[in-house]
Design a protein around this ligand. Structure first.
Ligand code: NAD
Ligand code: LMR
Length: 350
């Protein structure tokens, strides 16, 4: 019996050891988010502890010497899952045969700017990279857009890659989701994983709406509504929302650089959930294609919704009750996204 079990164990081990490597692209790979992100990806935190990886690192030509240093450090980590590292400044190399693409590379905002002030500088990058996805990547590739303004860049990338399903594109609002979760947890005095089902609606911008009307807090083994656990409606409808909306700016003011460690952690959370699904009974927030949604959000935007993920596909959590307070905030952030989309399309057609 023992021998049979050992043989079965060996078969499973051998099968997983022989898994084909997946090809994962990180753009902006010489930048600060990538520096916090690459180690987690390469050691298996995102795609699994048995999944070999080929890491493709794209940056612009002047950054290639810096990228060489990043490659050396990745090699020096001696990570068994990391089968190959490919540094490049060429899209035809960077986007070839991808299973996953994490599009970080772009300009970050400085103190005093809104993220949409980056539109002119950054949207052209995402048009080019969308076209490269269309031309070189697998049609099953999962694309996560991080570079700001993330929602609109993501929309432009997906429009530039018409043969890749819109559902394969998402943008990062998980950092906002994590911020909201953590703010509630600190207020109630519980660990962050005792708060679930917060929702970020809309744009990764200062109009986003962090909503805890359906969030649950577990305290002393009992699940209670976040509004009851916090027991301070004016905080939840006031400072809580503005703290989450303005958190990116607060980090920039303090660090003189935009968030990187927390952004990298959120990217890992987002991609891991795409790969392995969300835990039972929980949802997460991500920016996804809005057409056909049941919440009255205009079509043809990348808008952040509550989603559950299974078999690498997301589904919006439908049927949540929306009061007038929430409605107003959801509409305001949608209006900003419509304006951003129209401005981006004007830039691209100029
Ligand atoms: P960074 O300046 O440290 O790094 C950006 C890197 O991108 C640089 O190495 C740069 O050379 C590279 N780059 C520029 N154009 C490129 C191109 N066309 N192709 C490939 N690489 C290119 O910036 P960072 O702090 O890493 O932030 C990157 C982006 O992520 C910014 O737009 C920032 O605002 C955004 N961001 C988004 C979130 C979010 O939650 N969605 C969170 C944090 C930061
Ligand atoms: C963040 O939310 O920290 C990032 O989007 C960076 C920024 O510009 O705020």
């Amino acid at each position: 019996m023992l021998t049979l079990l050992s043989a079965m164990y060996l078969v499973v081990r051998t099968a997983s050891a022989q898994a084909e490597p997946i090809r994962v692209l990180v753009t902006g790979a010489a930048g600060q988010i990538a520096y916090s992100l690459l180690y987690s990806i390469a050691k298996g935190d995102v795609f699994g502890k048995d999944q070999p990886i080929i890491l493709v690192l794209l940056d612009i030509t002047p950054m290639l010497p810096v990228l060489d240093g990043v490659v050396m450090e990745l090699q020096d980590c001696a990570l068994p899952l990391l089968r190959e590292v490919i540094p490049t400044d060429k899209v035809e190399v960077g986007f070839k045969d991808l299973d996953a693409a994490i599009l970080v590379g772009s300009m970050p905002r400085k103190e005093g700017m809104e993220r949409k002030d980056l539109l002119k500088a950054n949207v052209a990058i995402f048009k080019t990279q969308g076209e490269a996805l269309e031309k070189y990547a697998k049609k099953t590739v999962k694309v996560l857009v991080v570079g700001n303004p993330a929602n609109t860049n993501c929309l432009i990338a997906s429009k530039s890659a018409p043969s890749i399903p819109k559902e394969n594109f998402s943008c990062l609002t998980r950092l906002d989701h994590n911020r909201a979760r953590s703010q509630v947890a600190m207020r109630v005095g519980v660990p962050s994983d005792s708060v679930k089902n917060v929702t970020i609606w809309g744009n990764h911008s200062s109009t986003q709406y962090p909503d805890v009307h359906h969030a649950i807090v577990t305290r002393n083994g009992k699940e209670i509504a976040a509004f009851d656990a916090v027991n301070d409606e004016s905080w939840l409808k006031g400072d809580f929302i503005s703290t989450v909306q303005q958190r990116g700016a607060a980090v920039i003011k303090a660090r003189k650089l935009s968030s990187a460690m927390s952004a990298a952690k959120a990217i890992c959370d987002h991609m891991r959930d795409i790969w392995f699904g969300t835990p039972d009974g929980e949802w997460v927030s991500m920016g996804i294609y809005s057409s056909g949604n049941s919440y009255g959000v205009p079509d043809d935007l990348m808008y952040s919704f509550p989603v559950k993920i299974k078999n690498k596909s997301w589904k919006v959590v439908d049927g949540l009750s929306i009061n007038d307070f929430s409605r107003g905030k959801m509409d305001a952030t949608a209006a900003e996204l419509v304006e951003e989309r129209d401005t981006a399309l004007t830039f691209l057609s100029a």
